[in-house]
Design a protein. Structure first.
Length: 290
């Protein structure tokens, strides 16, 4: 059974704001700041720019209990996990200004985790652990750290502070939450330890046939002056941040695209990170893609 439509407008706005923040940070440095090294146009990609930064990537296992716990995504009491198909992971990306490498205001930490959404309680616990870390303390703070979920509907549940998911998971499951926290901290530490000079490219392109509006009838009810501003009834723009090493080889790719990040229904009882993120992960040479 398909999940009922729910307009997570706040999530869309948050991702758009995050992307804008990344773009302005990178573009300003690459096009005119003291760190500017180059500005290039990539064939077939609009608005691609590059600059040199300290880049770090890391990955950690966040899989919690995979049997006899409620799964997070459909808020269904009947969706109880019976085993494991694919492990869940957090991927950490750090981008820092090499001219001021010890300042928290000159770096960004993005954590993308194979969970339904980035919970405030999980983020708070991660930041608290970072603040007490002898190496990372003071570098990664609430002002420069973002935690987002890939929006898998087939992961382990019981970690959210909100009422509805706690009702269906029959309460808060600390084992699930702690697995996410510990695995994410491992990813962050690996990313920090791997910091090295590299470059970043930002590109946009139009991707058709990959998403659709879940309520076209509602969309056409918008004012004509609103719908006339857009070619489609759904955002078709794909934005990608490519994190390269000094030789221009990709260490990581971060994509932003307006699509509901799930493809498995609530009759699935094996823990998954979902197919679109499960195709990627950490390559043998340390590259990470989301």
């Amino acid at each position: 059974m398909r999940e009922p439509f729910s307009p997570f407008v706040w999530l869309r706005d948050a991702m758009q704001t995050l992307l804008l923040y990344f773009y302005l940070f990178f573009f300003a440095s690459a096009s005119g700041g003291p760190l500017a090294q180059s500005a290039t146009q990539n064939a077939g990609v609009q608005g691609a720019t590059s600059g040199h930064y300290l880049i770090g990537v890391g990955i950690g296992d966040v899989t919690g209990p995979v049997v006899e716990t409620n799964m997070m995504g459909y808020a269904s009491l009947a969706q109880i996990d019976t085993g494991l198909h694919m492990r869940q992971r957090s991927r950490a990306f750090i981008i820092a200004d090499p001219s001021d490498p010890t300042s928290p205001t000159s770096r960004i930490l993005l954590i993308s985790s194979d969970i339904c959404m980035g919970d405030t309680g999980i983020r708070r616990s991660i930041l608290n652990a970072l603040s007490n870390d002898p190496v990372l303390g003071g570098l990664y703070t609430p002002s420069n750290t973002a935690l987002v979920g890939t929006h898998s509907h087939s992961g382990v549940g019981g970690y959210l502070e909100n009422l509805l998911p706690q009702v269906t998971s029959l309460g808060y499951i600390n084992q699930t939450a702690q697995a996410i926290i510990d695995g994410t901290l491992s990813a962050i530490r690996k990313a920090h330890a791997s910091l090295a000079m590299g470059s970043i490219s930002v590109g946009n392109t139009t991707l058709l046939g990959a998403n659709r509006n879940r309520s076209p009838s509602a969309y056409v009810a918008n004012p004509v002056e609103e719908t006339a501003r857009y070619q489609f009834d759904q955002d078709k723009e794909l934005s990608v941040l490519r994190l390269n090493d000094v030789d221009g080889i990709a260490r990581g790719l971060i994509s932003f695209f307006a699509v509901h990040g799930t493809s498995l229904y609530e009759d699935i009882d094996l823990v998954n990170e979902e197919q679109y993120s499960g195709q990627w992960g950490q390559q043998g040479d340390g590259r990470i893609f989301i």
